[in-house]
Design a protein around this ligand. Sequence first.
Ligand code: GAL
Length: 127
Amino acid sequence: QTGKMIHNNRTVPGHISRFEIDLQTGPGVQPNDMALHFNPRFDDPHQGQAVVRTNRQNGGWGGEERHGPCPFARGAPFDMLILLENDQWKVAVNGQHFTEFRHRNPWQSVNFLGISGDVIINSVKQY
Ligand code: GAL
């Protein structure tokens, strides 16, 4: 209506530390198997900000991939695309290619999307 305003006020909580987006087998937080654990961190003891990528199999973590800059910022909205290819996952953040992750677990084992930690999800779509 005329005369109305919308003020979008985002507060950045100081305690934001990390979140994770997991392509996983079964429900819950950090189940035994994850084909992709995608874990932006603002509190990484080695790098400060880092985006850790790894897998999880039979309850154990695989080796971490951490190269590249961190395209996430505290309090900033983002969008993310995960594309399934024959030999890898491909991840874009804010419309730009960010990284790829070669399959370690069979992608066919993925049946849940796990999202946890310091993140607010507005929407999830599958194309
Ligand atoms: C651990 C962390 C897990 C997971 C894992 C990946 O240190 O507690 O949540 O991110 O690293 O290697």
